[in-house]
Design a protein around this ligand. Sequence first.
Ligand SMILES: *Cc1c(COP(=O)(O)O)cnc(C)c1O
Length: 373
Amino acid sequence: MSSPARIQIAAPHLNGNESKYVQECMDTVWISSAGHFVTDFEQAFAQFCEVEHVIAANNGTTALHLALVALDLGPGDEVIVPTLTYIASANAVTYTGATPVFVDSEPDGMTIDVEDVRRKITPRTKAIMPVHLYGHACDLTSLKALADEHGIPIVEDAAEAHGARADGKRVGSVGLVNSFSFFGNKIMTTGEGGAVTTNDAELAAKLRLLRGQGMDPQRRYWFPVVGYNYRMTNIQAAIGLGQLEKIDEKLAIRKDLAAWYDERLGAQPEVTIPKPPAWSESVNWLYTVRVDVRTSEARDRLIELLEADGIESRPVFYPMHQLPPYLDEQAVFPVADAISIGGISLPTHTQLTESDIDRITERLLHHLPAVRS
Ligand SMILES: *Cc1c(COP(=O)(O)O)cnc(C)c1O
């Protein structure tokens, strides 16, 4: 008897015009960062995000760095970041010389706790970075009101939430400058890739200058500032355009996957499913639940048992204050710490079927009593 195929946690799905567009790059030899796919992709992504300007970048981390550099951050400045995030959010702040100041998350959507943001604002706070974690939108309405009260810009890290909405607004359209990632495991991909979004024309021009080594657009090889080479290639953009043409289909499948998981796990007392608030429209990047275990070792054992059954899963992100570069043993973040003990991300990609979700949840519920005892 052959065993069923291994279920991967994430997988790119290139079922549109990606190959055709990449072939065009090859045939025309426009394989570097000049070429029409870059501008076509930027325009199409701007329309999708309901935002004025998109500046494509070579990955999501450089996009986020660019967004922060455009705000002239430097040593002595503080940026408020949730401790429960992927390390790129905090590292992008560190690259500028500014200091990330961590805050807790709220339990239902696992996103930034607005009341904790309020407590951590100081005269040095130069930006607030909500992260739309695992596809769940942050409470942008409350955050924007708080940020405006203090005159502090919002920089959304929307790397995991292409297409999500908060109170009807697309993520990546509310902050002053915002960023996305198109890494291979994200909701849409360009292989490696990223983008900055903004509605501010002046900032958009500054971002383009900084992305292209700082070269004056009116005077070739004249560099008024220290810039970066963070350009996206035409090949990446060709893949991205193919992905974007099918984004609605991708988001619909992810909605089904989350509903199937909810149905099978929602009534289990030992499993806490994500409960994005009614004002949000989640895009379900990685379906992430909390299992009721006393130690993270028990959760890790569950991941091993699932792997032995041919099912890939992974622990929730380690909160930043637990990691060596940002270690703070005194810090207490009750919600992030609790999520980090029992949090587990389950397979979520657009080639999964309802019977895959049956198999994953059946195996998870089968192994759970053993690791809890
Ligand atoms: C993926 C991700 C990034 C960075 O994206 P890369 O394209 O991998 O550099 C930033 N922030 C968050 C929250 C992410 O998940």
